[in-house]
Design a protein around this ligand. Structure first.
Ligand code: G6Q
Length: 552
């Protein structure tokens, strides 16, 4: 099924118009000068999102390298690329992931208003609600201490074993919402196949009071199965009887057969469907660790915040559609300025895993080079997303953002109200002043005249000049609540969708990830003995043989 009438975005009429706009004015736009010329620029290019609970998020796009003509053309590009048609197909449960013949329907997981949402003609809402009810009931049992371990003690530690989409979302959200956590429960996440990850985690927990969540959509992922088996062996060393597994292992999966083979009672399995992609699964049963940690009511607020951003995305016209604007700016920088990267710097310690989460969302979704028309794309696609919380990142890589040779569009995120307003809110004021100052400095820069006026020696002057005109999108939240976080994640989800829709690629498959799963399996067998290998290229043979010698 085709959802677009074009194969190459660069063939769209607006693409050439944007190229002309870039060549004539775009590359010389001075944002600083535009602010001087237009006192209404901030109002024109900022948008406020109102969440279901009335809280707001301000998205200030005005420090980006755009003028009104460019903005109009970008919106026209979204129209030309029929992104509303693809969006409507996405929200109607059509199989927009055409390479895997699947619907992309994680939006049904946050359908808190209980709309009928169908895949293949079947309303999925009752099933989604029934899994949520199961998670609510289970989490209340565990959190209240009614669910006990095999010796009758309440659960103290939750260990989520999963990788990729079955890890990054829960890790990020439990960290981001730690303020809301039940502090007598500890959560741990084991993802890496490196034995150190599980070994160090097991040193910190007690088999009598630990609950393992084996999180795997397929339940066949090598890392997760190996780590889960290691955890089971460790548990049985103390518990002895396999009947005790039921109290200490639950599964978050779509694969009941494999779950049963592992020894987990299928009653303790929390399911979801194949239309939930791994990197979009934190809203599903994969979010159980989040529910256990922050409680079901907070998780519900998280879902409602997400749903509110879905509503905004489906209802707002393109020019006021916040995720669409974010995606269009990304296309502008990627394809016309030749930017390769995108920086996300949360001025928020609770969001310290947010960039890592967004890396998967963005790079696994849009790291593609074949169009929906099955042709190699003639333009650059997915950005290299990176980031770290500020102010730490200011003391490490911001140098390159200010004075390097590359253009690095950046998003800065701040919550106005701190959860920890200590020292009379001093820390928060210092944090916020950095948020404002960095974005301003990146835009205004520092001229040669200013540096000279400071009395710097002639030869030092060029080193202290800042070109400025470095774009930032500034996202100011009121407070980092579950509802705010839900909306913020969905902003990035739909921004990613918008990019993919314009580039006309399938943002929802991940054959590159699957390749890695296959390759490692075949080499794994060659490491079982000490016989030198000769079956690869000279470098791979050399490395494998040295490894065999050194690890023997
Ligand atoms: C996400 C990817 C990938 C996946 C992991 C884990 O979109 O598909 O990161 O989540 O490979 O897969 P399982 O959940 O099946 O173990």
């Amino acid at each position: 099924m085709s959802f677009s009438s074009f194969s190459q975005a660069s063939d769209l009429p607006t693409w050439s118009k944007l190229q002309e706009a870039y060549d004539s004015v775009g590359k010389t736009i001075s944002v600083k000068e535009l602010f001087k010329a237009d006192p209404a620029r901030f109002e024109k290019f900022s948008r406020t999102f109102t969440n279901y609970d009335g809280s707001e998020i301000l998205f200030d796009f005005s420090k980006n390298i755009i003028n009104e003509d460019v903005f109009k053309l970008l919106v026209e590009l979204a129209g030309d690329a029929s992104i509303e048609k693809l969006r409507d197909a996405f929200f109607a449960g059509e199989k927009i992931n055409f390479t895997e013949d699947r619907a992309v329907y994680h939006i049904a997981l946050r359908n808190q208003s209980n709309k009928v949402m169908k895949v293949d003609g079947v309303d999925v809402t009752p099933e989604v609600n029934s899994v949520l009810a199961h998670m609510k009931e289970f989490s209340e049992e565990v959190r209240s201490g009614r669910w006990t371990g095999y010796t009758g003690k309440p659960i103290k530690s939750i260990v989520n074993i999963g990788i990729g989409g079955s890890d990054l979302g829960p890790v990020m959200v439990t960290e981001a919402l730690k303020f809301y956590a039940k502090r007598d429960l500890s959560v741990f996440f084991v993802s890496n196949i490196d034995g150190t990850h599980i070994a160090e985690t097991l040193k910190a927990v007690d088999p009598e009071t630990t609950l393992f969540l084996v999180a795997s959509k397929t339940f066949t992922t090598a890392e997760t199965c190996t780590n889960a088996n290691t955890a089971k062996t460790w548990f049985l060393e103390t518990a002895k009887d396999t009947a005790h597994i039921a109290k200490h292992f639950v599964a978050l999966s779509t694969n009941a057969e494999e779950v049963a083979k592992f020894g987990i009672d299928v009653k303790n399995m929390f399911g979801f469907e194949s239309w939930v992609g791994g990197r979009y699964s934190v809203w599903s049963a994969i979010g159980l660790s989040v529910i256990l940690y922050i409680g079901y009511d907070n998780f519900e607020k998280f879902l409602k915040g997400a749903e509110a951003m879905d509503k905004h995305f489906t209802e707002q016209p393109l020019e006021s559609n916040i995720p669409v604007i974010g995606g269009l700016l990304s296309v502008w920088y990627n394809n016309f300025f030749g930017a390769q990267t995108h920086l996300v710097a949360p001025f928020d310690q609770y969001l310290h895993r947010f960039p890592a989460y967004l890396q998967q969302l963005s790079m696994e979704s849009n790291g593609k080079s074949i169009s929906r028309g099955n042709e190699f794309v003639k333009y650059s696609t997915g950005s290299i997303l990176f980031g770290e919380p500020a102010t730490n990142s200011q003391h490490s890589f911001f140098q390159l953002v200010h004075q390097g040779t590359k253009l690095i569009p950046a998003d800065f995120i701040l919550a106005a109200q701190s959860h920890n307003p200590i020292e009379g809110n001093l820390h928060q004021r210092m944090l916020a002043s950095n948020f404002f100052a960095q974005a301003e400095a990146l835009m205004v820069g520092k001229t040669e005249e200013q540096v000279k006026a400071e009395g710097n020696p002639e030869n030092i002057v060029p080193h202290k000049v800042f070109s400025g005109n470095r774009p930032t999108t500034n996202i100011l939240c009121q407070k980092m609540t579950p509802a705010t976080l839900g909306a913020l994640i969905v902003y990035y989800e739909h921004l990613t969708f918008t990019e993919g829709a314009i580039w006309n690629i399938n943002s929802y498959d991940q054959f590159g990830v699957e390749l890695g799963k296959v390759l490692a399996k075949s080499i794994g067998k060659e490491l079982d003995d000490s016989i030198p290998v000769e079956s690869h290229d000279a470098s791979t043979n050399g490395l494998i043989n040295k490894f065999k010698a050194w690890s023997a």
